[in-house]
Design a protein around this ligand. Structure first.
Ligand code: SF4
Length: 231
């Protein structure tokens, strides 16, 4: 089990190291439109398995046509598909967007609900999306959002030993102090996109290598000319 001292040191180093790195797309949208949980929700739905730049462009196109659940519910699935293409699974996501908007209008008075239990009843919204919306749009300090980056890095560092992101979320509630919960996703997703990549992590340039157990890491990426993320 990781100690509080190590978690504190790693999180402080990551906070410094990610400063200046590109923010994940949904974080960017939340930063500029944090008073609009609807846009955070829809962007998060679009972001699954999609490059950040694609998510950002698709979200911008979609919101230029409809900014509220009521307005978006009037778009056809075909129109939504055309606006969000080429996000991954754009056909499925267009259906989910349309259905979610309709549910928001019919059951929630056109507003995004602010509880995990209600959010996961929306079409296409799983626990990962729901926790991210709660953290980014409702400033929740009681949730950790675990995606593939958080799951992978928490296991590599030796903070948890889990097979599924859902197990990782529960294990992280035990392994880390509450003050870190709202930023674990931001720090580890940014780190995962830039340094601790799925394949060939850049351990030689990693700011937290001295605290990382590097569990199951067998091949590392080549050192770049200009190190990124070093403190
Ligand atoms: S040392 Fe390597 S495995 Fe550990 S966090 Fe850094 S890049 Fe990832």
């Amino acid at each position: 089990m990781v100690t509080d001292v190590v978690v504190d040191r790693v999180m402080r180093r990551l906070a410094r190291a990610i400063d200046g790195m590109e923010l994940p797309a949904v974080e960017k949208i939340a930063e500029t439109r944090q008073d609009d949980p609807f846009q955070v929700l829809i962007s998060t739905l679009l972001s699954a398995r999609t490059q950040d730049a694609t998510t950002l462009a698709a979200s911008t196109r979609l919101f230029s046509q409809a900014r509220t659940p009521a307005a978006m519910a009037t778009l056809t699935v075909r129109q939504i598909e055309e606006l969000i293409y080429p996000v991954s699974f754009y056909r499925n996501k267009a259906v989910f967007v349309k259905q979610t908007c309709k549910v928001l209008v019919d059951r929630f008075g056109g507003r995004v609900p602010s509880t995990l239990e209600e959010l996961v009843t929306l079409p296409g919204v799983g626990r990962k999306t729901a926790t991210l919306v709660l953290i980014l749009a409702f400033r929740s300090r009681r949730h950790i959002c675990v995606d593939t980056h958080v799951h992978r890095i928490a296991n590599r560092m030796g903070w948890v030993r889990t097979r599924q992101p859902s197990e990782t979320e529960q294990a992280l509630y035990q392994a880390t102090k509450r003050k870190w919960w709202p930023v674990i996703n931001l720090y580890l997703v940014t780190w995962g996109q830039n340094v601790c990549r799925p394949v060939y992590p850049r351990c030689n340039e990693c700011a937290i290598v001295s605290d990382c157990r590097r569990v199951n890491v067998t091949h590392v990426g080549k050192k770049q000319d200009k190190p990124e993320g070093q403190t």
